[in-house]
Design a protein around this ligand. Structure first.
Ligand code: PEP
Length: 251
């Protein structure tokens, strides 16, 4: 078993109304069992409070998909870190590629969101990853390094205790195309080396680095077996309790 914290987090994205969320939670509760990995699910904002109540006292943590950097104010449609905390949420996903692509979230904006989350004692699952054109031109390492440096490397080393990294190559998200286990391992090792270069080996070796991009029951075990892969961020396959737990049990 790996020494680092292992996590499998399901990102439900903009799926499931309240009754569908209740049904999925019931199915998760009936299948949940002891696991080597921390298990998390991220419902939409409208279902977050219900889900955090319904899963209270279980081993499944309810987390948020996004938040705004401001504490409160005139930001119509947005939700703050303290609002998430007030309903028992302790972890937030930031920088998902869909937020970057459809909502123009930049590294600078994400740096502010990360600061706000950490200032409110929220743990951050920070997502990043290259696009297909970057991979084709061999630029993936440079892109990933820039994403990390621009959004995170203003932090003190201590802050990384509350950060989980999620490497998600954009070309593998929701496409059915998965990075090969070797591509994932190579990038995770590069990410760890980049962290070590600035923050030292302790921060790098303690960092949980998740892989995301079309993980499913059939490929989870091989990806998770790689030494620098510490779990997964799961989209499509997280919407079916059986598939999600088959992935959790891949550890
Ligand atoms: C994601 O959205 O983070 C993701 C990995 O999605 P999928 O598993 O559907 O590729």
């Amino acid at each position: 078993m790996k020494m680092r914290k292992q996590i499998v987090a399901g990102n439900w994205k903009m799926n499931n109304n309240l009754s569908q969320t209740e049904a999925l939670i019931d199915a998760l509760k009936s299948k949940s069992q002891a696991s080597n990995a921390e298990v998390m699910v991220a419902p939409t904002f409208t279902n977050l409070y219900h889900a955090s109540q319904a899963l209270h006292g279980t081993t499944i943590e309810v987390i948020a998909q996004n938040m705004h950097f401001a504490e409160n104010g005139a930001y119509t449609g947005e939700v703050s870190a303290s609002m998430l905390k007030s309903i028992g949420v302790k972890t937030v996903i930031l920088g998902h590629s869909e937020r970057r692509e459809y909502f123009n979230e930049t590294d600078d904006l994400l740096a502010k969101k990360v600061d706000a989350a950490l200032a409110n004692d929220l743990r951050v699952i920070f997502c990043f990853g290259e696009e297909l054109a970057d991979r084709k031109s061999g630029n993936q390492d440079a892109i990933v390094e820039a994403q990390l440096k621009n959004a995170l490397f203003h932090l003190e080393g201590e802050a990384f205790k509350n950060i989980v990294l999620a490497y998600e190559p954009v070309w593998a998200i929701g496409t059915g195309e998965t990075a090969t286990p070797e591509q994932a391992q190579d990038m995770h090792a590069f990410i760890r080396k980049t962290l070590a270069g600035t923050y030292g080996d302790d921060v790098a070796n303690d960092m949980t680095i998740l892989y995301g991009g079309s993980v499913k029951p059939a490929n989870a075990q091989e990806i998770f077996s790689k030494p620098d892969v510490d779990g997964g961020l799961i989209g499509g396959a997280a919407l079916k309790a059986d598939d999600f737990f088959a992935i959790v049990n891949a550890f």
